[in-house]
Design a protein around this ligand. Structure first.
Ligand code: SF4
Ligand code: SF4
Ligand code: FES
Length: 240
């Protein structure tokens, strides 16, 4: 298989972006974009014009769809590079590889996802006491725990922008886990932050559900956590 990686590159944050087309050949039918980038960075593969290729900056850790570090825009869609097989693009003969657009670019395909973790801090998404396992919410909690914090959902979310009040599904998913697990008395700060930083801004388009590489049931968690964090409170108010 021969495929051209059409990579959007940038030497550093303030440098002008440019495209570089790098042909890659492999006998491995299961080869991924991550494998191609690794081979390119090992050296010896020139670009389409025969020019030497400087190593492409990108992040990875597990190469097993477990860490979320390799999230980027592949073929126009946010994906994990270690999960994007080149055979999907073989017919076309080339595939575009670009950095996520909702975060500042550090260099090439590496972006600064600090805002993603800052949003978890701002929403107090952490345990301050034991949260005993509850059979009724165990499935949803397990599903939420699979979030990779990769940021693919934020890439397609029409309402998320870095630095804005709305924290997006990447914050809603871990919050959804806690808001149903924490004892009621301990939920207040999280419920308030959830209401302000997620519920108020989410248009429920569910674009996030369609791109999640972990296959998390975003819709179910969204309904669960809205019920736990918002609707119960509204119902209580109406009853008064
Ligand atoms: S919800 Fe899915 S797409 Fe969003 S950060 Fe978590 S794993 Fe990534
Ligand atoms: S449902 Fe739509 S607005 Fe809400 S987090 Fe998902 S993509 Fe964003
Ligand atoms: S390298 Fe960990 S998800 Fe791709």
């Amino acid at each position: 298989m021969r495929i051209v990686l059409d990579i959007l590159r940038r030497a550093h944050t303030d440098a002008a972006p440019y495209r570089q087309r790098i042909p890659f050949e492999t006998e491995d039918a299961g080869a991924t974009v991550a494998a191609a980038l690794t081979a390119i960075n090992a050296g010896g593969i020139p670009d389409e014009q025969g020019n030497p290729v400087e190593p492409v900056r990108w992040e990875c850790s597990c190469l097993q769809k477990k860490c979320g570090a390799c999230a980027m825009v592949i073929g126009g869609r946010p994906r994990l590079a270690c999960d994007a097989r080149l055979t999907e693009f073989a017919k076309k003969g080339s595939v575009t590889v670009e950095p996520l657009r909702k975060f500042p670019v550090i260099a090439d395909l590496t972006v600064d996802r600090t805002v993603l973790f800052e949003n978890l801090r701002r929403m107090t998404v952490w345990l301050t006491q034991d949260a005993p396992a509850d059979e009724q919410t165990a499935d949803a909690a397990y599903d939420a725990s699979r979030c990779l914090q990769c940021g693919c959902c934020l890439e397609v979310c029409p309402n998320f922008c870095a630095g804005g009040e709305f924290a997006g599904a990447a914050a809603m998913i871990p919050a959804a886990r806690l808001v149903t697990e924490l004892p009621a008395a301990a939920q207040k700060p999280l419920r308030e932050a959830y209401s302000r930083r997620f519920y108020a801004g989410c248009g429920k388009s569910l674009a996030c559900r369609d791109v999640c590489p972990a296959g998390i049931e975003t819709e179910r968690l969204l309904v669960n956590s809205n019920a736990a964090a918002i609707w119960k409170r509204l119902l209580r108010r109406r009853k008064k």
